[in-house]
Design a binder for this molecule. Structure first.
Ligand SMILES: [Zn+2]
Length: 298
Protein backbone atom coordinates (compact mmCIF):
# COMPACT_ATOMS: atom_id res chain seq x y z
CA UNK A 1 0.00 0.00 0.00
CA UNK A 2 1.15 3.47 -0.89
CA UNK A 3 1.63 6.63 1.11
CA UNK A 4 -0.47 8.50 -1.45
CA UNK A 5 -3.52 6.48 -0.36
CA UNK A 6 -3.22 7.65 3.22
CA UNK A 7 -5.80 9.88 4.82
CA UNK A 8 -3.73 11.35 7.59
CA UNK A 9 -4.03 14.43 9.75
CA UNK A 10 -4.20 15.63 13.29
CA UNK A 11 -6.14 17.51 15.86
CA UNK A 12 -6.10 21.27 15.13
CA UNK A 13 -7.47 24.36 16.89
CA UNK A 14 -10.62 26.17 15.85
CA UNK A 15 -10.44 29.76 16.98
CA UNK A 16 -10.84 33.43 16.09
CA UNK A 17 -10.68 35.19 13.76
CA UNK A 18 -11.65 32.73 11.02
CA UNK A 19 -12.49 29.55 12.93
CA UNK A 20 -13.00 26.65 10.46
CA UNK A 21 -10.87 28.38 7.84
CA UNK A 22 -8.05 28.77 10.35
CA UNK A 23 -8.38 25.08 11.30
CA UNK A 24 -8.02 24.04 7.68
CA UNK A 25 -5.05 26.34 7.18
CA UNK A 26 -3.33 24.86 10.23
CA UNK A 27 -3.93 21.33 8.91
CA UNK A 28 -2.59 22.28 5.46
CA UNK A 29 0.55 23.71 7.06
CA UNK A 30 1.30 20.22 8.41
CA UNK A 31 0.78 18.49 5.07
CA UNK A 32 -2.42 16.87 6.36
CA UNK A 33 -5.34 15.78 4.18
CA UNK A 34 -7.60 15.17 7.17
CA UNK A 35 -8.07 16.81 10.55
CA UNK A 36 -10.14 16.91 13.70
CA UNK A 37 -11.57 19.84 15.66
CA UNK A 38 -13.61 20.59 18.72
CA UNK A 39 -16.43 23.03 17.92
CA UNK A 40 -15.43 24.94 21.08
CA UNK A 41 -13.50 24.29 24.29
CA UNK A 42 -13.52 20.52 24.99
CA UNK A 43 -14.06 21.07 28.71
CA UNK A 44 -17.21 23.17 28.38
CA UNK A 45 -20.39 23.35 26.32
CA UNK A 46 -20.23 27.02 25.26
CA UNK A 47 -20.39 27.18 21.46
CA UNK A 48 -20.37 29.95 18.85
CA UNK A 49 -23.25 29.98 16.37
CA UNK A 50 -22.25 28.16 13.19
CA UNK A 51 -23.00 31.24 11.06
CA UNK A 52 -19.88 32.83 12.59
CA UNK A 53 -17.55 29.95 11.71
CA UNK A 54 -16.74 30.85 8.04
CA UNK A 55 -18.41 27.72 6.68
CA UNK A 56 -18.62 28.89 3.05
CA UNK A 57 -14.97 29.92 2.88
CA UNK A 58 -14.01 26.70 4.65
CA UNK A 59 -15.88 24.49 2.18
CA UNK A 60 -14.44 26.39 -0.81
CA UNK A 61 -10.89 26.11 0.48
CA UNK A 62 -11.34 22.38 1.08
CA UNK A 63 -12.33 22.04 -2.59
CA UNK A 64 -9.40 24.14 -3.78
CA UNK A 65 -7.08 21.82 -1.88
CA UNK A 66 -8.80 18.62 -3.01
CA UNK A 67 -9.70 17.59 0.52
CA UNK A 68 -13.00 15.84 1.05
CA UNK A 69 -15.11 17.19 3.91
CA UNK A 70 -15.54 13.51 4.83
CA UNK A 71 -12.00 13.74 6.18
CA UNK A 72 -12.89 16.51 8.63
CA UNK A 73 -13.87 15.02 11.98
CA UNK A 74 -15.46 16.72 14.98
CA UNK A 75 -14.72 15.49 18.51
CA UNK A 76 -17.49 16.00 21.07
CA UNK A 77 -16.35 17.60 24.34
CA UNK A 78 -15.14 15.02 26.82
CA UNK A 79 -17.15 16.37 29.74
CA UNK A 80 -20.50 15.13 28.44
CA UNK A 81 -21.33 11.73 29.90
CA UNK A 82 -24.21 9.77 28.42
CA UNK A 83 -23.34 6.92 30.78
CA UNK A 84 -24.33 8.81 33.92
CA UNK A 85 -27.29 6.99 35.47
CA UNK A 86 -26.71 8.52 38.90
CA UNK A 87 -27.39 12.21 38.28
CA UNK A 88 -30.30 12.87 35.88
CA UNK A 89 -29.29 16.52 35.26
CA UNK A 90 -25.80 15.49 34.06
CA UNK A 91 -27.30 12.88 31.75
CA UNK A 92 -29.82 15.39 30.39
CA UNK A 93 -27.05 17.95 29.79
CA UNK A 94 -25.17 15.33 27.78
CA UNK A 95 -28.22 14.46 25.69
CA UNK A 96 -29.09 18.10 25.04
CA UNK A 97 -25.53 19.04 24.16
CA UNK A 98 -25.09 16.05 21.89
CA UNK A 99 -28.25 16.95 19.97
CA UNK A 100 -27.08 20.52 19.37
CA UNK A 101 -23.63 19.22 18.40
CA UNK A 102 -25.23 16.90 15.83
CA UNK A 103 -27.12 19.86 14.33
CA UNK A 104 -23.96 22.00 14.38
CA UNK A 105 -21.94 19.31 12.59
CA UNK A 106 -24.63 18.87 9.94
CA UNK A 107 -24.75 22.67 9.42
CA UNK A 108 -21.01 22.63 8.72
CA UNK A 109 -21.27 19.58 6.44
CA UNK A 110 -19.36 17.26 8.78
CA UNK A 111 -20.01 13.52 8.33
CA UNK A 112 -18.45 12.02 11.48
CA UNK A 113 -18.56 12.99 15.16
CA UNK A 114 -16.26 11.20 17.63
CA UNK A 115 -17.80 10.63 21.04
CA UNK A 116 -16.41 9.14 24.24
CA UNK A 117 -19.17 6.64 25.12
CA UNK A 118 -19.28 7.56 28.80
CA UNK A 119 -18.44 6.52 32.33
CA UNK A 120 -20.41 4.54 34.90
CA UNK A 121 -19.60 6.89 37.82
CA UNK A 122 -20.53 4.47 40.59
CA UNK A 123 -23.03 2.31 38.73
CA UNK A 124 -22.32 -1.08 37.16
CA UNK A 125 -20.84 -0.98 33.64
CA UNK A 126 -23.96 -2.63 32.22
CA UNK A 127 -26.15 0.12 33.68
CA UNK A 128 -23.92 2.72 32.02
CA UNK A 129 -24.10 0.90 28.68
CA UNK A 130 -27.91 0.89 28.81
CA UNK A 131 -27.88 4.56 29.77
CA UNK A 132 -25.67 5.35 26.75
CA UNK A 133 -28.10 3.51 24.48
CA UNK A 134 -30.93 5.57 25.97
CA UNK A 135 -28.93 8.78 25.57
CA UNK A 136 -28.01 8.13 21.94
CA UNK A 137 -31.64 7.33 21.13
CA UNK A 138 -32.74 10.56 22.79
CA UNK A 139 -30.11 12.73 21.09
CA UNK A 140 -30.12 11.35 17.53
CA UNK A 141 -32.47 12.99 15.04
CA UNK A 142 -35.02 11.13 12.90
CA UNK A 143 -33.42 12.16 9.59
CA UNK A 144 -29.85 12.35 10.82
CA UNK A 145 -27.03 12.01 8.30
CA UNK A 146 -24.14 12.56 10.73
CA UNK A 147 -22.47 9.36 11.90
CA UNK A 148 -21.28 8.98 15.48
CA UNK A 149 -18.03 7.13 16.12
CA UNK A 150 -17.81 5.78 19.67
CA UNK A 151 -14.20 5.92 20.79
CA UNK A 152 -12.44 2.88 22.26
CA UNK A 153 -11.52 3.92 25.80
CA UNK A 154 -8.47 3.10 27.91
CA UNK A 155 -10.39 1.93 30.98
CA UNK A 156 -9.29 4.70 33.32
CA UNK A 157 -11.74 5.51 36.12
CA UNK A 158 -15.16 4.04 35.45
CA UNK A 159 -15.08 4.44 31.66
CA UNK A 160 -17.09 2.08 29.51
CA UNK A 161 -16.52 1.34 25.84
CA UNK A 162 -13.24 -0.28 26.86
CA UNK A 163 -13.65 -3.40 24.73
CA UNK A 164 -15.28 -4.37 21.45
CA UNK A 165 -18.06 -6.30 23.23
CA UNK A 166 -19.26 -3.17 25.05
CA UNK A 167 -19.23 -1.11 21.85
CA UNK A 168 -21.03 -3.90 20.03
CA UNK A 169 -23.70 -3.91 22.76
CA UNK A 170 -24.34 -0.18 22.30
CA UNK A 171 -24.50 -0.42 18.50
CA UNK A 172 -26.79 -3.46 18.59
CA UNK A 173 -29.23 -1.84 20.99
CA UNK A 174 -29.70 1.70 19.66
CA UNK A 175 -32.73 2.44 17.49
CA UNK A 176 -30.61 3.70 14.57
CA UNK A 177 -27.57 1.38 14.47
CA UNK A 178 -26.75 2.62 10.95
CA UNK A 179 -25.66 5.94 12.51
CA UNK A 180 -23.28 4.47 15.08
CA UNK A 181 -19.76 3.16 14.52
CA UNK A 182 -16.38 3.21 16.22
CA UNK A 183 -13.23 5.32 16.48
CA UNK A 184 -10.13 3.32 17.38
CA UNK A 185 -7.56 5.04 19.54
CA UNK A 186 -4.30 3.08 19.40
CA UNK A 187 -3.13 4.39 22.81
CA UNK A 188 -6.45 3.54 24.44
CA UNK A 189 -6.61 0.09 22.81
CA UNK A 190 -3.18 -0.77 24.16
CA UNK A 191 -3.98 0.66 27.59
CA UNK A 192 -7.18 -1.41 27.59
CA UNK A 193 -5.20 -4.60 26.93
CA UNK A 194 -5.32 -5.08 23.14
CA UNK A 195 -1.82 -6.16 22.12
CA UNK A 196 -1.19 -4.21 18.92
CA UNK A 197 2.54 -4.98 19.04
CA UNK A 198 2.14 -8.76 18.86
CA UNK A 199 -1.45 -9.49 17.85
CA UNK A 200 -2.51 -6.79 15.38
CA UNK A 201 -4.18 -9.21 12.97
CA UNK A 202 -6.09 -10.92 15.78
CA UNK A 203 -7.31 -7.55 17.10
CA UNK A 204 -8.47 -6.51 13.61
CA UNK A 205 -10.20 -9.86 13.05
CA UNK A 206 -11.87 -9.75 16.46
CA UNK A 207 -13.21 -6.27 15.70
CA UNK A 208 -14.38 -7.36 12.27
CA UNK A 209 -16.13 -10.39 13.74
CA UNK A 210 -17.88 -8.51 16.57
CA UNK A 211 -18.65 -5.16 14.95
CA UNK A 212 -17.47 -5.16 11.33
CA UNK A 213 -14.59 -3.19 9.82
CA UNK A 214 -17.06 -1.10 7.80
CA UNK A 215 -18.10 0.33 11.19
CA UNK A 216 -14.60 1.61 11.87
CA UNK A 217 -15.17 5.23 10.81
CA UNK A 218 -11.97 6.87 12.05
CA UNK A 219 -8.75 6.09 13.95
CA UNK A 220 -6.77 8.11 16.48
CA UNK A 221 -3.09 7.36 16.07
CA UNK A 222 -1.12 7.85 19.28
CA UNK A 223 1.74 6.13 21.04
CA UNK A 224 1.19 5.31 24.72
CA UNK A 225 3.30 6.43 27.68
CA UNK A 226 2.24 3.29 29.54
CA UNK A 227 2.52 -0.46 28.95
CA UNK A 228 -0.16 -2.83 27.67
CA UNK A 229 -3.21 -3.01 29.93
CA UNK A 230 -2.24 -0.02 32.10
CA UNK A 231 -5.66 1.74 31.80
CA UNK A 232 -3.99 5.15 31.94
CA UNK A 233 -4.74 7.15 28.75
CA UNK A 234 -1.53 9.13 28.39
CA UNK A 235 -0.72 9.82 24.74
CA UNK A 236 2.91 9.85 23.60
CA UNK A 237 4.56 11.12 20.43
CA UNK A 238 5.23 8.55 17.73
CA UNK A 239 8.01 6.16 18.72
CA UNK A 240 8.23 7.61 22.21
CA UNK A 241 5.95 5.13 23.91
CA UNK A 242 5.23 1.45 24.36
CA UNK A 243 3.71 0.95 20.91
CA UNK A 244 6.69 2.26 18.96
CA UNK A 245 6.96 3.66 15.45
CA UNK A 246 7.09 0.30 13.69
CA UNK A 247 3.84 -0.93 15.26
CA UNK A 248 2.11 2.35 14.46
CA UNK A 249 3.25 2.15 10.82
CA UNK A 250 2.03 -1.46 10.67
CA UNK A 251 -1.38 -0.29 11.88
CA UNK A 252 -1.54 2.75 9.57
CA UNK A 253 -0.51 0.77 6.46
CA UNK A 254 -2.36 -2.44 7.28
CA UNK A 255 -4.25 -3.50 4.11
CA UNK A 256 -7.51 -3.70 6.08
CA UNK A 257 -7.00 -0.24 7.60
CA UNK A 258 -5.23 1.68 4.83
CA UNK A 259 -8.35 3.57 3.71
CA UNK A 260 -9.43 4.66 7.18
CA UNK A 261 -9.25 8.30 8.27
CA UNK A 262 -6.35 8.67 10.72
CA UNK A 263 -5.90 11.50 13.19
CA UNK A 264 -2.88 12.19 15.40
CA UNK A 265 -3.57 13.40 18.92
CA UNK A 266 0.02 13.28 20.09
CA UNK A 267 1.20 15.94 22.55
CA UNK A 268 2.85 19.19 21.54
CA UNK A 269 6.49 19.42 22.56
CA UNK A 270 7.56 22.62 24.33
CA UNK A 271 4.59 24.52 22.87
CA UNK A 272 5.57 23.39 19.38
CA UNK A 273 3.42 21.25 17.14
CA UNK A 274 4.98 17.87 16.24
CA UNK A 275 2.49 17.24 13.44
CA UNK A 276 4.42 18.44 10.39
CA UNK A 277 7.21 16.05 11.36
CA UNK A 278 5.04 13.14 12.49
CA UNK A 279 2.91 13.25 9.32
CA UNK A 280 6.05 13.30 7.20
CA UNK A 281 7.50 10.35 9.13
CA UNK A 282 4.29 8.40 8.56
CA UNK A 283 4.23 9.19 4.83
CA UNK A 284 7.88 8.25 4.34
CA UNK A 285 7.89 5.43 6.95
CA UNK A 286 11.17 6.95 8.13
CA UNK A 287 11.47 7.62 11.83
CA UNK A 288 13.41 10.67 12.95
CA UNK A 289 13.49 10.93 16.71
CA UNK A 290 16.05 13.74 16.67
CA UNK A 291 13.69 16.13 14.93
CA UNK A 292 11.10 15.55 17.67
CA UNK A 293 13.69 15.82 20.44
CA UNK A 294 14.91 19.08 18.93
CA UNK A 295 11.44 20.56 19.50
CA UNK A 296 12.05 19.99 23.20
CA UNK A 297 15.24 22.09 23.19
CA UNK A 298 14.93 25.81 23.65
ZN1 LIG B 1 -11.25 11.10 22.23
Amino acid sequence: MEAKDLIIGCHVAMKAPKYLLNSLQEALSYGANAFMIYTGAPQNTIRKPTKDLFITEFQQTLKTNNISIDNVIVHAPYIINLGNSVKPSTFQLAVDFLRTEIIRCQDIGIKTLVLHPGAAVGALPQVALDQIVKGLDAACLPNQTLKIALETMSGKGSEVGINFEQLQYIINNVKQPNLIGVCWDTCHLSDAGYDLNNNLDEVINEFDHLIGLEKLFVMHINDSKNPLGSRKDRHANLGMGYLGFETLVNIIYHPKLINKIKILETPWINDQSPYLHEIKMIRTKQYNKDILLALGEK
